[in-house]
Design a binder for this molecule. Sequence first.
Ligand code: UN1
Length: 493
Amino acid sequence: MERFKNYINGAWVDALSGKTFQNLNPADQRDCIGEFPESDAADIDAAVKACKAAERSWMLTPAPKRGDILRRAGDIFTRRKTELSRIMTREMGKPTFETAGDVQEAIDTCYYAATEGRRLFGYTAPSELENKMNLSFRMPVGVCGIITAWNFPIAVPSWKIIPALLCGNTVVFKPSEDAPHSAVVFAEILEEAGVPPGVFNVVHGKGASGAALVEHPAVRLIAFTGSTQTGTSIAARCGALNKKCSLEMGGKNALAVMEDADQELALEGVLWGAFGTTGQRCTATSRLIVHKDIYEEFTNKLITHASKLRLGSGLEPDTQVGPVINERQLEKIERYIQIGRDEGATLALGGGRDDGPKLGVGLFVKPTIFLDVTPSMRIFREEIFGPVLAVTKAESFEHAIELINDCEYGLSSSIFTSDVNRAFRAIRDIEAGITYINAPTIGAEAHMPFGGVKGTGNGHREGGWTAYDIFTEWKTVYVDFSSKLQRAQIDNY
Ligand code: UN1
């Protein structure tokens, strides 16, 4: 069996304890991807020490030069795109056309960062005093701990790691234990691109290594993508330890279809939003809200189309929906399907595991649709992270907006309508970090702010120019060239 290692200080090493864990292919549980180090606080400490040793020379490397290295990383991701997409599909399941898109998001992020190396703009402002100049610069934060989920094993880490490095920070990356092989390739690519030893480190493991990263006194920032439960506890620790903390957590994203919508387009949007990535995106369409005038017609069409989706291994070219990630998640999804039944929603499609002769070797859940879901039901309110869609009837446009906003999360949202006034009202009134008009809730682009309001995040935005706010600290500079003591607020008023 292949034995993978941590990447610390430019070297590939086992966990100091020698412990390992195995990672299995979710489409075929007989296929073991390999053994990975099950690291603990000692390995995290070694990686943080490597960061500290490397941080000064990396910070002093001009930002455009750091950008050149990250551009090369983009080139290498491009060269290895097909190979990496197959590695990713084998370990986390989504079809190769999706994993290729995942790699493409990292490529886009690298090329964006390369140009940002020649900007990293600060502000200047006039001084209130004569012969004095006010400037501000972006400085690195220090050692950044990056903890991510398995559903976007390359794209989401890249949203954090690439801007962090461009800004002159050093990084310890703790990837998900469900997608560790992709993280190994990430390290190989940064190494080949010329990121110096110690600047970027990968420490594999489970919760204990993530917790050690949060607790380590020399780690100045934690950037996390994952469950609301874990994120909230990380934030509490970061609060107590005075660390900067950026969180991307849950979603219960709604897509509304109005009676004036292009129904064929909306149908395609729902199928992709709800069942793409097997519903395992934080941006997945997990609630569908349909105007009463087209409810019957639209949901009938939806059920017919969803029943034809092809499940299978993501490595097979005609697969549309892959497996779910692990046994624990499969059980959680089954539990929620039971909850939906018990709550009195109408199970119109799917309803559990596909354990037939072909798919029984993997972790497959049939695309599942519940009709007549009401806002008091748990399947309307709680994130399931699987191919389960809750459908609710709206009495009017206003009611649809109310239903969309009746949610503790606020990541993505969508409305299909041909009425321009409604579209602009929706843009204004929907409480979410992202709103799509006539497109499903998934499809964020790397150069735009990504994140959510309410229970989804804590006010930061990854992607685009806003990621650079997370990974820098402002340095304000006053240059007094008057040759006399000038007291602000006192000598001028
Ligand atoms: C996530 O689900 O964690 O917009 C990220 C999208 C993707 C990113 C999703 N580009 O769905």
